[in-house]
Design a protein around this ligand. Structure first.
Ligand code: Q46
Ligand code: ZN
Ligand code: ZN
Length: 317
């Protein structure tokens, strides 16, 4: 197997692109794809302040590394979620990376700042851990970016994540979720920061190899709460399809974004207002984060202050 560019020994074969690359040319291919995604989708410009959500896993660390390498002003945000040893190890790897690059790292510890981590939050509210966790993460990403004056929040979602989410949304025809599934969510109101996914065309296998070649030490274990998650099953199924149909994951996501998503514009029309408690955007009087944490801290159920109805919120980012 020879490198497409220089004919040296290749370190990876990318059947979806009909290409193989040596170390040097794989790293430049990877970096160039990220740069093209940023430019093509107008994710951000050189003068933007970017906040990268960093879990300590391969995708977010690879993303942060590429952005720093391209000269962007990129700080990291790590949430210590309070999920046992997994969270401690994730923080350790993130700190190690940040100090090795001399990059700014902002840390938020859920237990210290809000009174409990995801495990306790889940048991106190009766919500499955990933639901309570996902809601808290989305809220805090937006809040920290806003409070600290960042113009954009970047996450490490890769092609496998996007294809698995798309498959899940299609299987149950979640039209509102499909309308929101995009590599760029613009700032539609002052309290909602722009969100971008610069790795959305790169696979997990590629981000893992990038980290290996750049000697980036990342958390290899999955979060214990991910065990049995539907997203892992969807990824497995898509990988089986990919073996027989190289490029299918890429075309699934690419063609969805090109042909289907523009048709779903009306699904994005939701009535958004500021949360009566915290001021962050919500479709209800009190946002999902505030009602979740109210419930956890009081041990009871959160109610809408004016109507007395149990609070629900629609996801808007
Ligand atoms: S960290 Fe949180 Fe994930 Fe763990 S509890 Fe679920 S959502 S699986 S990306
Ligand atoms: Zn080469
Ligand atoms: Zn709120």
């Amino acid at each position: 197997m020879r490198c497409l560019k220089c004919k040296e020994n290749a370190v990876i074969e990318l059947r979806q692109h009909n290409a193989s690359y040596c170390r040097t040319h794989f790293l430049s291919y990877f970096t160039n794809r990220v740069r093209q995604n940023i430019e093509h989708r107008r994710m951000f410009a050189p003068d933007d302040r970017i906040l990268v959500a960093v879990s300590g896993g391969k995708d977010s660390l690879a993303l942060w590394d590429v952005l720093l390498g391209l000269g962007f002003n990129a700080s990291g945000l790590h949430l210590h979620l309070g999920i046992g040893e997994y969270s401690n190890l994730s923080l350790e790897k993130t700190r190690h990376f940040a100090s090795s690059r001399g990059a700014e790292l902002i840390e938020v510890n859920l237990a210290k700042e809000y009174g409990m981590g995801v495990t306790e939050l889940s048991s106190k509210t009766g919500r499955v851990p990933c639901s309570a966790c996902g809601q808290s993460k989305r809220y805090l990403f937006n809040k920290v970016a806003l409070d600290r004056g960042f113009s954009v929040l970047a996450t490490g979602h890769n092609l496998d994540d996007e294809a698995a989410t798309l498959l899940g949304n299609v299987l149950s025809w979640q039209t509102q979720a499909l309308a929101r599934q995009s590599p760029v969510l613009p700032r539609t109101r002052p309290t909602l920061v722009k969100k971008v996914k610069p790795l959305y065309t790169l696979t997990e296998r590629e981000t893992a190899l990038y980290c290996l070649l750049k000697r980036i030490d990342y958390v290899e274990d999955e979060c214990p709460n991910a065990l049995g998650a539907k997203s892992l099953l969807f990824k497995e199924v898509l990988n089986r399809l990919e073996e027989n149909m190289p490029g299918v994951k890429q075309s699934f996501v690419k063609l969805f974004l090109k042909r289907i998503q523009p048709l779903l514009k009306s699904e994005q029309d939701v009535d958004v207002r500021d949360c009566a408690v915290c001021g962050q955007p919500t479709t209800r009087e009190i946002c999902a984060f505030c009602s979740l944490w109210q419930k956890a801290l009081s041990g009871g159920v959160a109610y809408n202050a004016s109507s007395g109805a149990q609070i629900e919120d629609r996801r808007i980012d």
